[in-house]
Design a protein around this ligand. Sequence first.
Ligand code: G6P
Ligand code: MG
Length: 220
Amino acid sequence: QLKAVIFDLDGVITDTAEYHFIAWKQLAEELGITFDRAFNEQLKGVSRMESLERILALGSQADRYTMAEKEALAHKKNEHYKQLIARMTPDDLLPGILDLLRELKRQNIKIGLASASKNAFTVIERLQIGAYFDTIVDAAKVKNSKPHPEIFLTAAEQLGVHPSTCIGVEDAQAGVAAIKAANMFAIGVGDKEALKEADYIVETTADLTYDAIVRAFYRE
Ligand code: G6P
Ligand code: MG
């Protein structure tokens, strides 16, 4: 029986995945590294430092910087990212998300957030949706990053529900892998090929209706 839905934040609730992409792309270009959207799929759901490491590796620059320099580069990206999210408003919720949150509440299904972002609380605040969440698990509360299941398992534990009664919603390969490793039903939002490990895939959040996700969950 469905007890809870645990959402990723960036790229699922709002389009901050695009802001992360813009901010990383700018930093990469300053370093003389070019990367495209296909490569960016590998950065989704991945922590700030790990993302930087992957970008440096792409440009064969992994050994060029000291730890302190890497921290400074990550900081620079984050300053740019913070500028981009500072102007967000509730209008930046992706299509269908508010209706889904409302309907889940109405049906007494618990709602959790599992985000690897240290900016998660700021984004939730800007969107003014904090009241919908029964628990918020962010990067500060877990040791292992996605694809490790820890963040989704921690959310389920805090909600007091068994993982098998949860749906996890993700736009990232690493995120879908984390949901599956947590033994939850995985819904992918986005590219069919990139998210093929998911149990159910929708192209956009507009297709993420309460009826559709419940039907998908019980079909399994
Ligand atoms: C999410 C995003 C990633 C981002 C990570 C860390 O998982 O999908 O793109 O790198 O959070 O975000 P932060 O805001 O802490 O840099
Ligand atoms: Mg995401």
